[in-house]
Design a protein around this ligand. Sequence first.
Ligand code: FAD
Length: 308
Amino acid sequence: MSVTQQQYPLFFIQRFKGKVLFNVPMSEHTSFKTGGNADVMAFPQDEGDLKDIITFAEAKNFPIYILGNGTNVLVKDGGIKGVVINMADGFKDISWENAKDGAAAVVGAGAKLSELVSECKDRGASGIEFACSIPGTVGGAVVMNAGAYGGQMQDVVEAVEIIGKKGQKSFLSKDEIGFSYRKSAIPKGAVITRAHMRFQIKDAEEIKRKIKEFREKRNVSMGIPFPNAGSVFKNPDGDFAGRLIEEAGLKGQTSGGAAVSDAHANVIVNRGNARAKDVLALIALVRDRVYSMKGVVLELEINVIGED
Ligand SMILES: Cc1cc2nc3c(=O)[nH]c(=O)nc-3n(C[C@H](O)[C@H](O)[C@H](O)COP(=O)(O)OP(=O)(O)OC[C@H]3O[C@@H](n4cnc5c(N)ncnc54)[C@H](O)[C@@H]3O)c2cc1C
């Protein structure tokens, strides 16, 4: 069932501080730049907005999808029947706290990792340099336990604040977040509003040097000139998905407007007019071929959402 503008009472739209958009092309909100329309997209600015939209959608039985910067999702061509809560517009605050050792900050889920890295660099706070080229928000990065160059979010996140499915606020400790490789155990439907993070104090020049080194490495390995969502598959234990895909002869393989990147075999690119079904067909082909040639079942890292 589609959710239409008429189903949203005026009082709700008037009191909501953020934008509420209807029939929104998800291609404009995802790094893959493909996928159908979302019935509704709301951009909460604070916890009041967030509670309002969650309780409203729950009461009406409208499905909810949470979006950060849309850099790890593929939206299917039928779009999203329900409400997308876009967290990339509000919740950008970063507040620093006095800490006995190191530096501690409470970081809004909508803050970009690049902004956090830059602020940490200015303060000589070390630990998040690995994320300098990851294009997501802090909320999305916590959910995905995003990582690179030997670092990952679980190294710096101590707890998160969430708003649950009934609109209730709570804290999750690091143990409760349940970090593992490129995933966490954040309860389904819970929205992260803030992350409590801890860093080490280090020489600012050393931090700068590390960031520069990581950026240079990234330009060589993933300087990809087409829309994409980063690594499509998780690396299997002790191996690299990219290596397996390349050895299966799939670099450059196409399906409609989608292609396995020539630069990095674990990235699928949208060469301009890819439909989500092209990307999904390529994913199926890669998984089949790698399984039949290498005996390895590749597990998806990207999140596939929406309707066929
Ligand atoms: C060019 C490129 C390079 C990349 N490099 C890396 C890399 O080196 N390492 C890496 O790990 N990833 C990488 N990625 C993937 C992606 O950037 C990360 O996974 C990132 O952390 C996703 O953040 P996001 O805000 O875009 O989340 P989204 O893609 O919007 O969402 C990801 C998941 O998090 C959930 N979510 C988002 N925000 C919240 C919230 N506030 N509360 C609850 N749930 C939420 C969504 O529902 C979804 O399940 C790359 C992507 C691109 C395009």
